[in-house]
Design a protein around this ligand. Sequence first.
Ligand SMILES: C[S@@+](CC[C@H](N)C(=O)[O-])C[C@H]1O[C@@H](n2cnc3c(N)ncnc32)[C@H](O)[C@@H]1O
Ligand code: SF4
Ligand code: SF4
Length: 354
Amino acid sequence: MSQPPPEAHALVLAQRNFDALSEEERLHWSGQFPKAKPAPTLPYPERVIIELANTCNLDCPMCRIGANGVNLTRVMPLEAFRELATQLFPHVRQVRLNGLGESTLIPEFGAYLDVLARHPVQVELITNATGSVPIYTRMVDEGATLLFSWDAAQPTLFERLRRPAHWDVLSRTVQAVAEHAGRARRERQLFLLFTLQGANRAELPELVEQAARWGIPHLLVNVVKQRSDAWIQPCLKELLAVFAEAESRARRTGVRLFLPDTLAGHRVPLGSASPTAGSGCDRPWKEVVIRWDLDVQVCNMFNPYTYGNLALRPFERIWRGAFAQLFRENINSAHCHPYCRGCYYLKDVHVRRE
Ligand SMILES: C[S@@+](CC[C@H](N)C(=O)[O-])C[C@H]1O[C@@H](n2cnc3c(N)ncnc32)[C@H](O)[C@@H]1O
Ligand code: SF4
Ligand code: SF4
């Protein structure tokens, strides 16, 4: 991970961040940049999202992080994670392990959990369920919230969307973890996380039943991020009916369902709908992402805009610095970053409810 000096890195960052914008937005953002003032008193974020691994053992079609197979050189070194913990964890409430990759792939993942256990932070893990049962049950026992990504109720479709996973193997893992959590009266720490896409749009009601059968009390619905939402419009009515059916089954089975409140700009008129970040976002003030290579980025939706890199500057300077402030100045305006438009992040879902 060789890095240029901080001043040269600022130029690289400016280029990387502004090149992702349209011509008009580039002029606007780069014109504002010299005036962006650091915010020396901005409080630390409540939540830090850490990408331990930028590599994956699955190759899901909507993600493709695993397209080239597992590469364990794209992992945050344990020593870097320890330093990060010392610098940041005393100031934050939650640490979510998530990223463009699968954290549980790391052979010494348990040692990262040891570091987390030394700090009074709430831990969350988003995982594809290919980790081992003992790792997951250890996390449950230590109070972590686990979100298992689960994109279909039918095994054949699941295996197509989560290739080359085997339904039987992963469902045994999830059931074993859920049974353990149930025995320990910790089932409220478990979620299924469903990424809605064209291929699985009819699956949600049955997945509610599946969650109930497994004893998983929460089901969170995320919407696939693609270049365009054009697939939604032709099946909007069908999707709203699927959501309504899922909500009715959730009510009957006692599963808590979290749906987005909009689909391609149309309101979802259901009680389980939660506000999404596309209609106003506070994430850049409340959370931050640290990528495996110590790049500091914006939010859990993996907006690629980058504030800086921790190998070059301490966290507070990056978090309160000009690149971060520029992003905040624009986010809830007509000049917001293009990645933020129509964002489906469920902003009021606080996964942990005591
Ligand atoms: C990138 S994965 C990383 C964690 C782990 N590998 C997993 O799949 O749970 C985090 C979440 O992002 C979702 N995801 C993947 N590709 C996506 C996309 N194009 N749009 C929205 N969500 C996506 C996954 O389904 C998963 O729930
Ligand atoms: S398991 Fe997660 S990181 Fe891996 S390809 Fe699928 S969505 Fe992406
Ligand atoms: S991508 Fe979504 S969650 Fe992230 S900053 Fe933009 S609107 Fe907020």
